[in-house]
Design a protein around this ligand. Structure first.
Ligand code: MEV
Length: 434
């Protein structure tokens, strides 16, 4: 990638942005033409095959975040997002973090978990022993249910049994849940795991004497964790009103608040998900699954807490860390045929699933850094309103150059609302007609 073509990317007009991505080697000539010809939309035939009662496409802006340096590799990150300030904030944070060495990531393992949950198990201990003894037979039956994943080097690898204890107060009896750990290779794997669970359920019933109530993947992907870390020297945090040390300490304190207060933690984590969801969505992955798993992970201590940790090291640098369950895939679902998802994978250099996890968790960390840094210094509204002004201008009916003109005046207005945007536009149009 030749990043010289990408400097001041945000200042270029739409067509020049696309051309510079091509010149930088981020997209091919064919992809450039598709973007310029506006042919990223799903065609009606594909849409009709994807869902029942398809009637059209719901468009979302697709953009790119710049300045990412992840494990010493420079990357342009595609993001599908409607919130005006997210990509600007992401690129801003990635620039600061990149200038301090970038993100360092780890992906420990990539296993999906399937559950066969049984009711009316007559003897829990005997059932647990029977399942443990039949472990190899259960795993090979799971693999027989989906042989192609075994051919690709994956498959069911391990199992454990969990007793879901009764809750007499609410009249809930105990259940037994058999977990199968599946290596789904490049796929997110819901179909693979669900097929396996349905395939082995009768055998598990035989072994336990219980009745299989549920046979499904869990989206709480605790065996599919990715971590990103960054270290930022304090002097890089300095703003007009605060020293670098003050900003560092305020970021640490804000994260402490999000660790002890669920009301703040939800908003803090929402800021992380602004970045995470945008990449998950652009890459054609299931953002509902990621959202559900991430928030459960934030509650793993028994209380909903901040997902990021920010601290200082002995040198006084700010140290950030984020771990997320990220069961994303690079094949399957709409990834192989959705034109925008295909482009997103191409922009990232067709990453393997573990690399896509590394990118997403780093974007989450950057997004949190950008949001909390702004919150503890100048406040979030200054940056937000600058970009929000353009949305208001569009809502007011501005077109072409008028969008920026209305936004520029609106930014300096006392009241930044739709009515004011409409009045500004009216004035501009009246001037124009004179
Ligand atoms: C807004 O979309 C996200 C923030 O609220 C996140 C945060 O408060 O940390 C700014």
């Amino acid at each position: 990638m030749d990043t010289t073509h990408l400097t001041k990317f945000y200042k270029k007009n739409h067509d020049d942005k696309i051309d510079s991505l091509f010149l930088a080697g981020v997209i091919s000539k064919k992809e450039k033409d598709r973007l310029l010809d506006r042919t990223l939309e799903l065609d009606p035939e594909t849409g009709s095959h994807m869902i029942e009662n398809y009637i059209g496409n719901y468009s979302m802006p697709l953009g790119v975040a710049m300045n990412y340096m992840i494990d010493k590799e420079e990357l342009v990150v595609p993001m599908a997002i409607e919130e005006p300030s997210v990509i600007a904030a992401s690129s801003f944070a990635a620039k600061i973090i990149g200038s301090a060495g970038g993100f360092k990531t780890t992906v420990i393992h990539r296993m999906m978990i399937g559950q066969v949950t049984l009711k009316n198990v007559p003897d829990i201990e005997e059932a647990t022993n029977n399942v443990a003894e039949a472990k190899q037979e259960i795993l090979s039956r799971a693999n027989e249910a989906y042989p192609s994943i075994v051919k690709r080097g994956g498959g069911a690898k391990n199992l454990d049994v969990r007793l879901l204890e009764d809750d007499t107060d609410s009249g809930i009896p105990s259940y037994l849940s058999v977990h199968i750990h599946v290596d789904t290779q490049e796929a997110m794997g819901a179909n693979i795991v669900n097929t396996m669970m349905e395939g082995i359920a009768p055998y598990i019933e035989e072994l336990t004497g219980g009745t299989a109530l549920l046979r499904i993947l869990t989206n709480y992907a605790t065996e599919c964790l990715a971590t990103s870390k960054c270290v930022i020297p304090a002097h890089k945090l300095k703003t007009q009103d605060f020293s670098g040390e003050e900003v560092r300490d305020r970021i640490i304190e804000a994260t402490q608040v999000a660790t002890i207060d669920p009301y703040r933690a939800v908003t803090h984590n929402k800021g992380i998900m602004n970045g995470v969801d945008a990449v998950v969505l652009a890459s054609g992955n299931d953002w509902r699954a990621i959202e559900a798993g991430v928030h459960a992970y934030a509650s793993r201590s028994g209380q909903y807490r901040s997902l990021t940790s920010w601290s200082k090291n002995e040198a006084g640098d700010l140290v950030g860390e984020l771990t997320l369950p990220l069961p994303v895939g690079t094949v399957g679902g709409s990834i192989s045929f959705h034109p925008a998802a295909k482009l997103a994978h191409s922009i990232m250099g067709h990453p393997k699933a573990h690399k896509l996890e590394r990118v997403i968790v780093s974007v989450g960390l950057a997004q949190n850094f950008a949001a909390v840094r702004a919150l503890v210094t100048e406040g979030i509204q200054k940056g937000h309103m600058g970009l929000h002004a353009r949305s208001l201008a569009i809502s007011a009916g501005a077109k072409g150059d008028h969008v920026q003109q209305v936004a520029d005046i609106l930014k300096h207005s006392k009241h930044k609302n739709l009515q004011r945007a409409k009045n500004i536009l009216l004035n501009i149009l009246e001037e124009f007609e004179k």
